[in-house]
Design a protein around this ligand. Structure first.
Ligand code: HEM
Length: 355
């Protein structure tokens, strides 16, 4: 059985509609700019080079971006999942946008964009298997918080507190898959990294690579971070300390699916065991020495949109969580751009060079 044969849960389309509706409802419509629905706090947007070397890949996987040795310019946004204070535990994000990527892209309205995105977090798994489990979880969460949008981000950290939240969570305890999810969520939200530039990140969800399914990981060249500042912006300060003096490098690697049972596509709560399928390096992400902490970069970054569906068809996102993200990221990003009165346009290298 390969990934094409894995069953899609019944009720997925309805569940995705529910998640889209709730995501829009919970968008923080307070002071402008209206932030992202998730991962609103950026530590910075850096410029980078993505240097592809596909020599370690089986020949049938040398497709799309990884067809040949090539260098793409890129920008990378590092973020917290929810927290505004970096001293508090959280999950963290790394969103890479390659620039100058030729070829027709997957989203019809953005088919001529010259970007390709990779979105990763500092945990190897996502806490929910599919949209059908995610929808009631998200609904219970929204209800427990009384649908107060601006508290979504801090809410995750209040999970054990308050009788309403407890009641909502207890109802989930009776669903074994949601129960597993709570354990994974607690683990994902427990990270206290010293620097985004020394953290490891994973896609958690799979992507097509020619005839195969793969997951991505970005592995830092060093885990030695600068001394930890006692500041709510310690992750930005750590990045600045490193990039004021020199470069930071990640190895970008793919893990090929072994089989549909031990390395499923439709359930990102299952970690693909590195003993069964090891990560194969396919690119180096080089972030040169630079001054990234500027007003123009911050504004530019705020109005960018990342989605796994900004992609070439050779690297199509796979699995139900990615299908859910197609609709959710599109809707949330469109709405925040509308509210912020900003056009939603994929950047070119020329746009980035002006910063
Ligand atoms: C059904 C599941 C998911 C939902 C509903 C969801 C929802 C969202 C939303 C609404 C945004 C903000 C989009 C925007 O305003 O432009 C976002 C951003 C983000 N999500 Fe997800 N997400 C899901 C799964 C995941 C997974 C599996 C990952 C793992 C890599 C992930 C990592 C991120 C990151 C890193 C960002 C920030 C991207 C940036 O820097 O702009 N999400 N998500």
């Amino acid at each position: 059985m390969n990934h094409q044969d894995e069953p899609i849960p019944a009720g997925e389309a309805e569940a995705i509609r529910k998640v889209v509706g709730l995501s829009l409802k919970m968008l923080d419509r307070g002071p402008k700019p209206v932030p992202r629905g998730q991962h609103p706090k950026a530590h910075g947007m850096v410029r980078a080079e993505f240097v592809v070397d596909p020599s370690g890949l089986p020949p049938e996987c040398r497709v799309g971006l990884f067809a040949e040795a090539k260098t793409f310019p890129a920008v990378v946004r590092f973020s917290n999942g929810a927290q505004t204070d970096d001293r508090k535990p959280d999950v963290h994000g790394m969103a890479i946008k390659l620039l100058g990527v030729e070829g027709v892209k997957l989203i019809p309205e953005e088919r001529d964009a010259t970007t390709h995105d990779f979105i990763l977090i500092d945990d190897p798994v996502f806490f929910i298997p599919d949209a059908v489990v995610y929808a009631p979880f998200f609904e219970a969460f929204a209800k427990a918080k009384g649908d107060v949008p601006s508290t979504l981000r801090s809410a995750l950290f209040l999970l054990p507190k308050g009788p309403r939240m407890l009641a909502a969570l207890l109802s989930l305890y009776y669903a074994p898959r949601a129960f597993k999810g709570l354990g994974l969520l607690t683990r994902a939200l427990s990270k206290k990294p010293d620097s985004p530039l020394t953290s490891r990140f994973w896609s958690t969800t799979p992507y097509r690579l020619g005839p195969r399914a793969v997951k991505y990981s970005a592995i830092p060249a060093t885990t030695e971070a600068p001394p930890r500042a006692d500041s709510q912006d310690l992750l930005r300060l750590a990045m600045k300390s490193t990039l004021d003096r020199g470069e930071a490098v990640f190895t970008f690697a793919v893990q090929l699916q072994a089989d549909a049972t031990s390395t499923p596509v439709e359930d990102p709560t299952v970690e693909w065991d590195e003993k069964r399928s090891k990560f194969i390096p396919i690119a180096r992400l080089v972030i040169p020495r630079q001054e990234f902490d500027t007003e123009s970069r911050r504004t530019f970054c705020e109005h960018l949109s990342f989605t796994p569906w900004h992609a070439l068809p050779e690297h199509e996102p796979l699995g139900g969580i990615n299908r859910t993200r197609r609709a959710v990221y599109q809707a949330v990003s469109a709405e925040r751009h509308r509210l912020n009165d900003k056009p939603r346009i994929e950047p070119t290298l020329a746009d980035v060079e002006k910063l």
